[in-house]
Design a protein around this ligand. Structure first.
Ligand code: NAD
Length: 388
């Protein structure tokens, strides 16, 4: 009997997460490194967890950490002006590394070397070499390090992975992914995202890492082999881009657009584009083409790693070409940030593995690094994955 749309949809129903029961008798002592914008989301999440005490924090800007914890109403927190002072002075179980990209590696490695579990914000690092160094420190320490990709915990993202894994698309051979904003260079909190010394990477690292994770996680993170990359900075370097802060243009040291053609193990090609700013609303939906079916994942206007609308599978049923729409799942569980933090804490408490492991994100970083290097060289390059 031919499959109906209902039969097909039923195959994808069970993507909700199990809720964990939290044992609050043993508290996990947590520190926050970098108390800027995203640290607030980490602190609010930790504060909602009954088994966590935030006991220390650090920021390079004098007085910033103290003011941050005061503003958020977190009491009895020791504050420091560098991650090293914090790690040398306080005994912790875990830290959130919420610093700008350029100091991710040094902070994560220093914490692992002290035997502390790490929740590291995305992107994992600026370069592939740094990502490899983080993994070496992880291996030596035996501690958990999870990378802060909260979209992983979105039931719609899990659905994408499930559609691929159930074989509905057959053998995947071509992927188009990416996203972008017409105008969306992130400067509301100053210039840490646009200066080379702090950000290291622009749109490519900041939001490109989300697009790559969405599709690579769905298809099981195959090894990247070669890349031909391009990047540009036509918007960020224009003083008129920032009507209230024209001086930002001279500080802009990263990319605001990047594109690439990447070959992956298994004969899969990946066509990628990402923009903080462009003369277009979106660079297109994400498409996954397979031998049995194709999947369209609508883009969002402000690309931040979420699904922009109902997914659509294009396939043949009983000889007819049909489209199956998979509606957006709006579950009423915890928000994605809380899920990301909870999964990290559960892995620590239960001796589990990292929910978003470095072994996968190494390939994400290898592609980003490859795009940057290929763009600079002006030619296709081989991606060499370092030994860990
Ligand atoms: N997961 C998400 O949704 C999400 C959202 C926004 C940002 N991020 C990521 O979070 C990171 C931080 O972003 P942000 O917007 O909070 O940046 P930010 O510039 O507002 O804050 C970073 C802070 O880290 C501090 N810092 C840097 N190096 C330090 C060190 N060695 N020791 C102590 N403090 C140090 C800086 O002084 C600054 O106050 C970035 O890597 C970004 O990609 C993630």
């Amino acid at each position: 009997m031919a499959k109906t749309n209902e039969d097909i949809l039923n195959r994808f129903k069970d993507v909700q997460e199990e809720q964990t029961v939290v044992d609050a008798s043993k508290k996990i002592q947590v520190g926050i490194i970098g108390t800027g914008w995203i640290a607030e989301a980490h602190v609010k999440s930790y504060m909602s967890m009954p088994d966590v005490e935030i006991i220390a924090g650090a920021d390079l800007v004098p007085g910033k950490a103290e003011e941050f914890f005061k503003r958020l109403g977190v009491e009895n927190v020791q504050t420091f002006e560098s991650h090293t002072d914090l790690l040398d002075s306080v005994e912790l179980d875990a830290v959130s590394v919420c610093t700008y990209n350029a100091t991710h590696a040094e902070c994560a490695i220093a914490a692992l070397n002290k035997g502390i579990h790490v929740m590291l914000e995305k992107p994992m690092s600026v370069t592939l070499d740094e990502a490899a160094e983080i993994m070496r420190a992880e291996k030596k320490s035996g501690k958990i390090i999870s990378i802060g990709f909260q979209p992983r915990f979105d039931p719609n993202m899990k659905m994408i992975k499930k559609i691929v894994e159930t074989g509905e698309l057959g053998q995947v051979y071509y992927i188009q992914t990416g996203g972008g904003r017409r105008r969306g260079i992130p400067t509301p909190c100053g210039t840490s995202f646009i200066e080379k010394d702090t950000a290291g990477l622009g749109a490519l690292g900041d939001i490109g890492c989300y697009s790559l994770d969405m599709v690579l996680n769905a298809i099981g993170y195959p090894k990247p082999l070669t890349v031909s990359g391009y990047k540009s900075n036509f918007f960020g370097t224009r003083p008129d881009y920032y009507p209230t802060h024209p001086e930002y243009a001279a500080k802009f040291g990263v990319d605001d657009f990047a594109a690439a053609f990447i070959r992956l193990e298994g004969g899969i090609v990946l066509d990628f584009r990402i923009a903080w700013a462009m003369n277009l609303d979106t660079p297109g939906d994400t498409l996954i083409l397979g031998t049995k079916g194709g999947l369209r994942i609508p883009s969002t206007e402000c690309w931040n790693g979420s699904v922009g609308g109902a997914l659509k599978i294009y396939h043949d049923v009983a000889g007819s070409q049909v489209e199956t729409e998979i509606p957006i799942i709006n579950d009423d569980g915890p928000d994605l940030f809380d899920r990301k933090i909870r999964s990290f804490l559960d892995a620590i408490k239960n001796g589990g593995t990292a929910p978003v492991p470095t072994s996968q994100i190494l390939y994400n970083q290898a592609i980003i690094d490859g795009i940057a290097k290929s763009a600079e060289a002006g030619m296709e390059i081989a991606i060499v994955i370092p030994e860990i």
